[in-house]
Structure formats: C-alpha cells, structure tokens
Design a protein around this ligand. Sequence first.
Ligand code: UDP
Ligand code: MG
Length: 244
Amino acid sequence: MPDERPVLSLVVPVYNEEDNLQPLAAAVRKALEPAGISYELILTDDGSKDGSWEIMKAMAARDGRIRAQKFAYNCGETAASEAGMRAARGQYIVTIDADLQNDPNDLPKFLEALQHHDVVCGTRVAARGRGDNFIRVASSRIANWVRNSLSEENISDAGCTYRAFKRECVDKLKLYRGMHRFLPTLFKMEGFTVTEIPVTNNPRLAGQSKYGVWNRLFKSFHDLLAVRWMKKRVLNYKIAERVN
Ligand code: UDP
Ligand code: MG
C-alpha cells in the first residue's frame, strides 16, 4: 500500500507526451527512492491525441504511486496543473513538466528549501542554453523582463514551471488560463514566502514543445495585464479591534 500522505505530490500536465511518461516515472523513482522520500506522481492527460492516456493507465495499474486522470478535451497547461494540484494528497506539491526538461535529481534540493520557505521556484541557470535553443531562451528572457517590469516583480525565471510549495498554498488560489506563468506572484499576494533555487534545464526528451514564440510572448501579455491589475488591487487590511 502506498503512503496515505506522501511527502511529495508531483503534478504533471501531459499533452501528447507518450514517449516521455515512462522515462519520467523511472527518473523520479531513481531520484527519490534511494533518498527515502515518499511520493505520488499525478499525471493529468490534457486531451492528448497520441497514446499518452493508454500508457498512463498501464503505469498506474503497475505502480500505486502513479495516479492518472484524463480531461475530455485539451484545456491548457494551467487547467491540467490545477486538476493535479486539487488531487494532490502530499505534504508538498511539485509542478514538473512531462518532457524531462526539469530534472528529477533536483527534487531533494526543493525539499530542503521548503524547510525554510512556503514556495520554491526553479531558476534555469547553469545549463540554460543546453535545454533550449537561442530563440526559446531569448523569447523567454524578454517575456521575463516584461513580466517583471509591468508587474513590479523580481522573479528570475517566471517561465520555469518547475516549482514546489506547501499543499495549503493552493487552497485559496483561484487560477485562470495561462496563470501557471504567474504562480509565484499569486502566492506572494496570499502572503506566502517565496525563494528561488537553480535547476538544471535539459533538452526535451521526445515530442515537441506546445508553445511557439507567438503564444509565449504575445498571448501571455493579456494575462500579465490581469496580474498587474490584481496585484495593484489586492485587498490588504488588518483588523485592529473588534467588539462582539
Ligand atoms: N501541456 C499541457 N497542455 C497544453 C500544453 C502543454 O498539459 O495545452 C504540458 C506539456 O505536456 C508539458 C508542459 O505542459 O508537460 C509544458 O509544455 P512544453 O514542454 O511544451 O512547454 P515548453 O517547455 O516548451 O515551454
Ligand atoms: Mg518543455
């Protein structure tokens, strides 16, 4: 029987990732089992058109730590991540991509940082150029700069969705499409402490990226304006006295 409440809930949005799922599960097991860190791997199929769902079901049947759910149609990365977060039973949640760009060997580092902070964000530094080509790195850097400037933020790598946080951090969170890019800001708005750690950025193992320059840079601009507005208008009060 798997632990009722594992230490880590790994939340993975999955859209057409059939060749990455088993290597991901193997890499996670290899990173966590020897360290004695209990976990569950929550795979949410975001309406894949390839064989991802069949593979996920087979994986879940073989290993009780692997849990799988499937959307009726493609709803987007934020929705798939949120559905995974809502299903999570672990003490901590980690959002991690299916394509092994995020390295499961970094997981113990996240866990260590969680002892001192509510939220830990990965920052793709050392091997940044290795995992992504020039256009992707450049567009992600521009997007990051624009995001930080307009939302008065200081997140080093907002485009990196490899993050970990205490499960209670998501209790009050209301997410909208595209908001996976702004999670650190939303957490800060709720009063949680946020820190950053460097993470490895590998090339995608198999399949293709779901984003091009257009949706990465321009579509998320609308979302940025919404976050900027929300941040400026967040309710912030402190009751000084109360009678009855
Ligand atoms: N993804 C998803 N639904 C989508 C698009 C992407 O669940 O509509 C998942 C995808 O399978 C991957 C993660 O979100 O696990 C990040 O996608 P991708 O690797 O394509 O993004 P990139 O690393 O290129 O920014
Ligand atoms: Mg990727």
